[in-house]
Design a protein around this ligand. Structure first.
Ligand SMILES: [Zn+2]
Length: 449
């Protein structure tokens, strides 16, 4: 017992003496502790004072969930996946139909953006991107009422000028690509020039051409191309020029340099860029019958199944089969002109006797039915009951300008010409469509003296 007490005493004494020895160490650790506290306070201060700056600089509090519309998607499926209930889905789809005329989803093109104000909160806004120039915004106001708004994205339309010439052994298409004309626009130019030229026979090396067209920008970025505003081509029969002009009533059309309608009632070549394999003639040896017979139309090379567009607007007056023409369609365009399309492999759906067709509407597909040696389109133009040469017949314009519009057109043409001249000399210059608008309202309806 005594021994144990002694041991305890010794232990206590030991603790006291070691405490006394450690006094210097205690002072040191206190200093370290104060420094640490000071650093923590400083760190807290940094966080408190800099937090608002960081928020405005790089973090948007909104949370976006972007969904691309895939084939098989429905509005209801997409909304259900985002956690919407039936009541909301019905309200949203009703609003979309009523306020934005939006009913069908386009897979691969439309995009949904679900916006939450903060992580974990309910979706407060849905943005549907449908097409480069349209956006629909659906906002959830209070209390839980969805409101739909269609927003047109502002277009900044600029003008681009390209010129080129037909290279040796090349086509208009390839030469136009070389000149930097976008592919889609080349097809528009084809459509315009096909009223006046034959791309198979009228093309020669060295022929010069130019195009003035619109380029649409949004927030400084190019989105797509707009209209062809002017086109010129040195064709064999002379220079072909066309200008786009919008009448004060809003109707747009193409006119030649004198203000005459450039869009003709019929196209000389219904299929763009198709090679002519046989011309109109009063007498030629028939390839199947073997004896000399008039060729009452023009043959265009067209692999089986090539879509055949109507050369002009009109009413289908025959959709039938005969031994010579095989499957053929005949269209009456007006009191003067009819056209006929022969050797079709099949007719287009919905094209029957009595159907009204527009210019460019597909009426059938090429083939080799009837008396034919291979797939092609045999095309005839009949004027007042007489077969005429589609390549040379004078075709009436669909739309000619009245005196007032002609005056306005000539002003517009001058502007387009000087714009092209300036872009030619300075291609990097930015010219906007709004820069060349003419004050139509002022000049219209000027009283005659
Ligand atoms: Zn033929």
């Amino acid at each position: 017992m005594k021994k144990a007490k002694d041991i305890l005493k010794k232990m206590n004494a030991g603790v006291v003496s070691s405490c006394k020895k450690a006094c210097n160490i205690h002072v040191l650790s206190r200093i370290v502790l104060w420094i640490a506290i000071a650093m923590v306070v400083a760190a807290v201060c940094v966080v408190v004072f800099y937090k608002p700056v960081r928020e405005t600089v790089f973090v948007s509090p909104e949370i976006h969930t972007v969904i691309d519309v895939k084939s098989g998607d429905t509005l209801s499926k997409i909304l259900t996946e985002q956690g919407f209930n039936m009541r909301d889905i019905n309200a949203i789809s009703k609003n979309l139909k009523q306020d934005a005329d939006f009913a069908t989803l386009r897979p691969g093109r439309d995009k949904f953006d679900f916006v939450r104000p903060k992580e974990g909160e309910a979706i407060s806004k849905i943005i549907i991107e449908n097409g480069p120039w349209n956006r629909i915004e659906i906002d959830c106001g209070n209390p839980e009422a969805w409101q739909c708004q269609k927003i047109q994205i502002e277009r900044d339309t600029r003008l681009a000028y390209k010129e080129g010439e037909i290279a040796q052994g090349s086509s208009f298409y390839l030469s136009a690509l070389d000149a930097g004309i976008p592919e889609g626009l080349i097809l528009d130019v084809y459509d315009l020039l096909a009223f006046e030229m034959d791309f198979e026979r009228d093309i020669r090396a060295g022929q010069k051409f130019y195009v003035l067209y619109e380029e649409n920008f949004a927030s400084g970025k190019k989105v797509d191309n707009g209209h062809v505003l002017a086109v010129s081509f040195d064709a064999l029969r002379g220079n072909v020029q066309m200008y786009r002009y919008v009448k004060p009533d809003g109707h747009a059309g193409y006119y030649d340099e004198h203000g005459n309608g450039a869009i003709k009632s019929l196209k000389r070549t219904p299929i763009n860029n198709a090679k002519v394999t046989s011309n109109f003639s009063k007498g030629r040896k028939h390839p199947v019958l073997g004896f000399t017979r008039a060729h009452k139309g023009v043959d265009f090379r067209a692999p089986t199944g090539t879509p055949i567009p109507a050369a002009g607007a009109g009413r289908v007056i025959a959709r039938s089969f005969n031994r010579g023409h095989g499957n053929f369609v005949k269209i009456r365009h007006n009191g003067t002109f009819e056209t006929l399309y022969a050797h079709m492999s099949k007719f287009a759906k919905g094209v029957n006797v009595g159907t009204m067709v527009r210019q460019g509407q597909i009426i059938g597909y090429s083939g080799s039915t009837g008396l034919s040696t291979g797939p092609h389109l045999h095309y005839e133009i009949i004027k007042n009951g007489v077969h005429v040469n589609p390549m040379t017949v004078k075709l009436p314009a669909i739309d000619n300008l009245d005196a007032n519009n002609k005056k306005l057109f000539m002003e517009k043409k001058k502007q387009l010409d000087s714009t092209m001249e300036s872009l030619k000399n300075n291609p990097s210059r930015i010219v906007r469509l709004t820069d060349i608008e003419i004050p139509t309202a002022v000049t219209v309806a000027e009283p005659k003296k």
